[in-house]
Design a protein around this ligand. Structure first.
Ligand code: PLP
Length: 429
């Protein structure tokens, strides 16, 4: 082992010994022999979630329909209760957050509510690095209003293909802008946008602003209320460890709770009127009015357990450890993976305040390198064209695992191991 590798190993071990969250790792299904670094796509199952799923199954088994009111917690109020428990993670009041639908459905529900084209104010400002589903949804919102996305959707461009400049984004806010909708963290590079500054700029011009926070909730603290964000939504299968396809969350600032939900459904009703079965919708007083359908208990159940973990761990500690790990990974990448023959560069901002929970390692052979890693029991993900994404999760990863990852990456290049893997991307990468 080279001297520099040895020095990083010692540092990794020192950081892991000092990790205040290290006790949480054993609560997660970390497979022996596997280094799981894909928590920004699908977080691992925890014991706590497994227990809460079992509990919901038991209440279904024993109570049947009575579970809606008699289960513990009662299914009828679960979406609001989980919303209230998620609220501290985003700096919101309990009635401003609710569990509902899926990320894309929530984009439709909220963008359709907040997008009110009026006169020459018709444009939606988003960005060219956005996750595709967000753009598909925005284009369909415009088309439903008979507006051409080519004219009315402004996609702010990136200069380097990886990051965005908040000043350039804000320069597009003007008297033709009807809505701004942006990601909190860019899914490829991991850049954390300055939501506070962007919100301040939008508000100063009277433009509603919303965020897709799928890549930040559970990894990064938010202060939606203090910043004055109008609305937000996020999935719960990444850093919230809610399981594949878990139900999502949405946030609506209290000042908008009187608004009519654009996509109304009976689960948005005020609770004690819902079963009146009236054909006139009486919306709930809080963000709960943006719910549409019966919440799926089986995909909400894991969140009962996983939110408990966040309550115990504390988000500030999670963020501190996450930053420590991503910083450590970038230090190792600089020292051990840059330059010939390795040729990796870092696509993620170096400043702590501009980084979410993952690091983008950029390499022209990223796809085959990701496959080679998987072949060795290390799980990253690949985002085209050239990014190996590494998400060291504060609750269950270690710096020693990151060191092992870097060692594998060097070995994969030294031996040209990636050449054994096909160049085609799998259906899910
Ligand atoms: C930023 C972002 N938005 C939305 C989605 C997916 O949306 P949905 O949960 O509706 O599948 C993802 C999926 O990874 C994402 O990263």
């Amino acid at each position: 082992m080279t001297r520099i590798l040895r020095a990083f190993l010692n540092e990794a071990r020192r950081l892991d010994r000092a990790d205040p969250l290290k006790a949480f790792r054993k609560r997660f299904a970390v497979r022996p022999g596997t280094i799981y670094l894909d928590g920004n796509s699908l977080g691992l199952l925890s014991r706590d979630s497994e227990a809460s799923i079992q509990k919901v199954l038991r209440s279904w088994k024993t109570l049947g329909i009575r579970g809606w009111l008699e289960a513990d917690p009662p299914w009828f109020y679960l979406a609001e209760r989980l919303g209230a428990r998620c609220a501290p993670l985003v700096g919101a009041e309990p009635d401003e957050v609710v569990l509902s639908g899926t990320t894309t459905v929530n984009i439709h529900a909220l963008v359709n509510t907040f997008y009110r084209p009026d006169g020459k104010r018709t444009k939606i400002v988003a960005d060219a690095l956005d996750f595709p589903t967000d753009i598909y949804a925005l284009k369909s919102v415009l088309r439903l209003r008979g507006l051409d996305p080519a004219e009315h959707l402004i996609l702010v461009r990136s200069r380097d293909g990886l990051t965005l400049d908040e000043r350039e984004i804000a320069a597009h806010f003007d008297d033709r802008t009807a809505l701004v909708f942006l990601p909190s963290v860019l899914y490829r590079s991991g850049q954390l946008l300055d939501m506070e500054a962007l919100t301040a700029r939008a508000r100063a011009q009277g433009i509603p602003i919303g965020f897709d926070c799928s890549h930040s909730v559970g990894a990064v603290p938010h202060e939606f209320d203090r910043w004055g964000v109008d609305f937000a939504l996020w999935c719960s299968y990444k850093y919230l460890n809610g399981g594949p396809g878990a139900t999502a969350f949405l946030y609506v600032n209290r000042k908008h709770h009187g608004k009519e939900p654009a996509l109304a459904g009976w689960f948005g009703s005020v609770k004690d009127r819902q079963f009146d079965m009236s054909l006139d919708f009486t919306p709930a007083p809080g963000a709960g009015r943006w719910q549409i359908s019966s919440p799926s208990m089986l995909s909400a159940a894991p969140l009962i357990g996983s939110l408990e973990i966040f309550e115990k761990a504390g988000l500030a500690a999670v963020r501190e450890r996450s930053l420590r790990m991503t910083r450590f990974l970038m230090e190792m990448a600089d020292g051990l993976l840059a330059g010939a023959p390795y040729g990796f560069s870092i696509g993620t901002p170096r400043e702590d305040g501009r980084r979410g929970g993952h690091v983008a390692l950029v390499h022209p052979e990223a796809q085959r390198i990701s496959e080679a890693l998987r072949g060795r029991g290390v799980v990253p993900d690949f985002r085209p064209p050239d990014i190996v994404r590494i998400a060291p999760v504060a609750l269950y990863n270690t710096c020693t695992e990151l060191w092992t990852l870097v060692r594998h990456l060097r070995d994969i290049i030294d031996r040209k191991d990636y050449e054994r893997f096909p160049a085609e991307r799998k259906a899910v990468s």
